[in-house]
Write a protein that binds this ligand. Structure first.
Ligand code: FMN
Length: 332
């Protein structure tokens, strides 16, 4: 594992070696084993709470994570939905999070204000993720510890405005009075150095990490990502104002056809976007159907290797980027 080369508000906040978050990966992809590997490599990872229909399985994943890290703390991703009862369900979970060693949550979805006080009271740090600076500004007014802003390049949900990461990374730290973590298309150390240079406290990655050896999706899935060049994604469900960047395949073609017809009833989309199809594809490597969050950073996912090896390369590359800038400084 590489030595710490950056000390930022994020590394200090979470007590981690590198300013790198490995964002929650659903459905059930970022499990205890993977999150433990991220924590052991000096970053912070998040077990996705909604990834487990069976609450006992979620608890098992937290146990596995705790065991594999030798008791280090770890993160959980909490999705706050619009559905009535979502907030109450999350609040009811908090004692379990504390009991099993979760020290930080990555929240996403609705504004986290209703759950932040209970989380903070329990000693859990809150980092809320949004797909645009305009949302981050209002979230930063709540008592969250930090804010994540992801740009259009991201795998998953780039938001309806689809503003690029470079623009948001440059804007966000100037208008948000809390540590800002930047994501969307990040997969190299030079991008990490650039984010820090722009005032960010760290980065978040999802797509780049999908080739990590510790992740359970099949080797065939990972090989397809390695073979990818970053152009294979498409944004679907714009008509539902639920923009979703995923791998282009038969399911996304069917979804785009419905959108072209002006269909706005989600029930028509459901058979193509169901999580069951996606889980099956991760297991078998047959990605023709199902929806697979897949961002532009696929271009950087160039080999299957352990999380620690990915992190080592990122840190070496970041150090080189800083060296290049330092070398230039003396030229002018
Ligand atoms: C396969 C995959 C699954 C994801 N699942 C979730 C999820 O369940 N919840 C969530 O908040 N974000 C999810 N994300 C988003 C990531 O946590 C992260 O914000 C995003 O991937 C960063 O952009 P990048 O893909 O360009 O690195 C997912 C991303 C990927 C690639």
């Amino acid at each position: 594992m590489r030595n710490q080369i950056f000390r930022t508000h994020l590394t200090e906040l979470l007590g981690i070696r590198h300013p790198i978050l490995a964002g929650g990966l659903g459905p059930g992809v970022s499990d205890g084993r993977y999150v433990a590997a991220v924590v052991n490599a000096g970053g912070m990872g998040f077990i996705v709470h909604t990834g487990y229909d069976d609450p006992d399985q979620f608890i098992d994943e937290m146990r596995i994570c705790r065991e594999l890290t030798g008791g280090k703390s770890f993160g959980v991703n909490l999705y706050i939905s619009r559905v009535a009862g979502s907030v109450e369900k999350i609040i009811a979970r908090i004692p379990q999070l504390v009991e099993h060693g979760c020290s930080v949550v990555e929240t996403a979805g609705q504004n986290p204000a209703p759950i932040v006080p209970a989380l903070r009271e329990a000693g859990i740090k809150v980092i809320h993720k949004v797909p645009g600076v305009r949302y981050a500004v209002s979230v930063a007014r709540t008592d969250v510890d930090a804010v994540i802003v992801v740009g259009n390049e991201c795998g998953g949900h780039p938001g309806i405005y689809q503003i690029g990461t470079m623009v948001q990374a440059a804007q966000a730290p100037g208008v948000i009075d809390k540590p800002v973590i930047i994501g969307g298309g990040i997969g190299t150390g030079s991008q990490i150095a650039a984010v820090l240079a722009m005032g960010g406290a760290g980065v978040i990655m999802g797509t780049r990490m999908m080739v990590a050896e510790e992740l359970w999706p099949s080797r065939a899935y990972k090989d397809q990502m390695v073979a990818g060049n970053g152009t294979e994604s498409v944004v679907i469900k714009k008509i539902l104002r639920d923009n979703h960047r995923v791998l282009a395949n038969h399911s996304t073609a069917a979804v785009l056809a419905l959108e072209a017809q002006g269909v706005t009833d989600f029930e028509a989309y459901r058979p193509h976007v169901t999580g069951a199809l996606t889980r099956e594809g991760y297991r078998t490597g047959n990605l023709a159907t199902g929806t697979y969050d897949w961002g532009h950073a696929a271009i950087f996912a160039d080999q299957v290797e352990p999380v620690e090896a990915i992190f080592d390369r990122l840190i070496d590359d970041a150090a080189q980027a800083v060296g290049r800038i330092n070398a230039m400084r003396f030229l002018c």
